[in-house]
Design a protein around this ligand. Structure first.
Ligand code: URA
Length: 250
């Protein structure tokens, strides 16, 4: 693939802008996996092996990914919307190329896989692979999601049992149940859900007479939020981590 096409596909601008960045000496490329230093390339049509290619654009290091799969540690006070109403958007936490990747399938730029409320923190997956979004959002696939819940009132064994047995939410007669639920201490619950209905945790806790004071998603499938990923930070997912949420890219 030509170097200008690599930049274009990674979201660095139109093909013309990408060719210009290279011709102006703003792009450096690591010639191979062993190379320590990248070197300036000014030939925008240089043929390169795109998968795994490492390069810098205006000093910012980047790695070629055909499709983007990443995790974000969502901070409190952010909205999972491209057009937020009250709080800053999670998309403002991502570098511009991730938001501007050209459309390959139905998805333009990376998108959140499902949504978390503005006050919910923790593990959020993002991608531009429409199949991945569909797969993880589909109720048929039952990917378990683990939530750490801080409650307003002390949790008792009766509440835990009700959450496991199933509770009825106001707009749906079919009960929803937790796949797992344990009281961590008096005011903390660990709840595993395999569906993702609107405000599900908050509504389930309300249905058993308690109230959510804090909500943090710590795990999706076998993928746990790494301790060294600070709130607001993102990183690429490895193939192994993708497998941990039950997905193998085509
Ligand atoms: N359940 C909720 O109530 N809120 C979230 O953000 C996620 C699950």
């Amino acid at each position: 693939m030509q170097l200008q096409e690599v930049l274009f596909r990674q979201g660095f601008g139109t093909r013309r802008v990408c060719a210009g960045l290279i011709q102006q000496g703003r792009v450096q490329v690591w010639p191979d996996a062993e190379a320590i230093q990248p070197a300036v390339v000014t030939d925008s049509t240089l043929e390169v092996t795109a998968p795994g290619l490492r390069f810098t654009v205006q000093g910012v290091p980047w790695e070629y990914h055909e499709l983007a799969y990443l995790m974000l540690n969502k901070p409190a006070g952010t909205e999972c919307s491209q057009k937020p109403s009250t709080y800053p958007s999670i998309y403002s936490l991502l570098p511009a190329p991730l938001r501007h990747r050209p459309q390959k399938g139905p998805v333009q730029g990376v998108q959140a896989v499902g949504r978390l409320d503005q006050d919910t923190t923790g593990l959020l997956l993002m991608t531009d692979d429409g199949k991945f979004i569909h797969r993880l959002s589909s109720p048929r696939h039952h990917v378990p999601k683990v939530y750490e819940v801080t409650t307003k009132h002390p949790v008792d064994a009766r509440q835990v049992q009700k959450l496991l047995d199933g509770v009825v939410l106001e707009d749906d007669p079919k009960p929803v149940r937790a796949a797992a639920c344990e009281a961590v201490d008096t005011l903390h619950l660990r709840l595993t859900l395999t569906e993702g209905k609107y405000h599900q945790v908050k509504r389930m806790l309300a249905a058993v007479g308690n109230r959510v004071e804090g909500l943090h998603r710590s795990q999706i499938g076998t993928l746990t939020l790494p301790h060294d990923l600070a709130p607001g930070q993102w990183r690429w997912l490895s193939a192994q981590e993708l497998a941990g949420v039950g997905y193998a890219p085509a």
